[in-house]
Design a protein around this ligand. Structure first.
Ligand SMILES: [Zn+2]
Length: 228
């Protein structure tokens, strides 16, 4: 018995969807180029754009030092953050250059403070890359899942709609030391999104689906629900 699914087994996109999503991905890629502000933190620089409604964060865009050991960069998560901010008018933040720590591990890392300032009262979506283990997308609710309420559902719904293999809290739930965990502890609404390597591979069909999944979810999240 086949116990594991391959990406190709999963629901194909509806007719016409591929073209719409290609157009959306094209828009996203254009908005990556918007000018950014650079900040030189004591544990490594970061870049950001300011907007409203949401903050997209990519703390692992460049290599990090975790307890003295270098951890590999999650290249492309920064571009994704800025692309999502570009199409929704939100804020985005990513590490750049040489880091002497890991914002997703070090408590009170300056990156977390910058994220707080940029977000204000807006929720934070913290983006990461994971090695393929089965799911294409994993949503981590963090140590205070109540503070991810309202965020994970649109993400999960859009992932399912896109035919992605999606998981919640496995393999990554966002522990207390993660950017998501630290921000939740400070009272911010936050959720962690891990995407597999394939979701950053231009040659793999997962990329189109994953990037447009997040764009569609972000568009829903960036619009405050109408009062009735
Ligand atoms: Zn990461």
């Amino acid at each position: 018995m086949q116990r594991e699914t391959a990406f190709e087994d999963v629901v194909p996109l509806r007719p016409g969807e591929e073209e719409q999503r290609r157009a959306l991905l094209g828009e996203m890629k254009k908005s990556i180029e918007s000018p950014r502000i650079r900040e030189s933190g004591t544990r490594g620089p970061c870049e950001y754009v300011t907007g409203i409604g949401l903050l997209f964060s990519a703390p692992h865009e460049v290599a990090q030092l975790r307890d003295g050991e270098e951890k590999v960069a999650e290249r492309g998560t920064g571009d994704l953050a800025f692309a999502l901010a570009g199409i929704t008018g939100a804020s985005a933040l990513a590490t750049v250059g040489l880091q002497s720590g890991d914002p997703n591990w070090d408590l009170n890392h300056p990156y977390v403070n910058t994220a707080r300032d940029l977000a204000g009262t807006a929720p934070i979506i913290d983006l990461h890359m994971m090695r393929p283990r089965g799911p294409d997308i994993c949503i981590g609710l963090g140590p205070e899942p109540a503070l991810s309420e309202g965020l994970w559902r649109p993400l999960l719904e859009e992932a399912v709609e896109s035919g992605l293999r999606a998981s919640v809290n496995w393999p990554f739930g966002a522990n207390a030391r993660t950017v998501t965990g630290q921000l939740q502890r400070l009272g911010h609404a936050a959720v962690q999104v891990e995407l597999s390597w394939e979701c950053f591979d231009e040659g793999h069909p997962a990329m189109l689906r994953a990037w447009t999944t997040l764009a569609r979810a972000a568009t829903r999240l960036a619009v405050p629900p109408a009062a009735d």
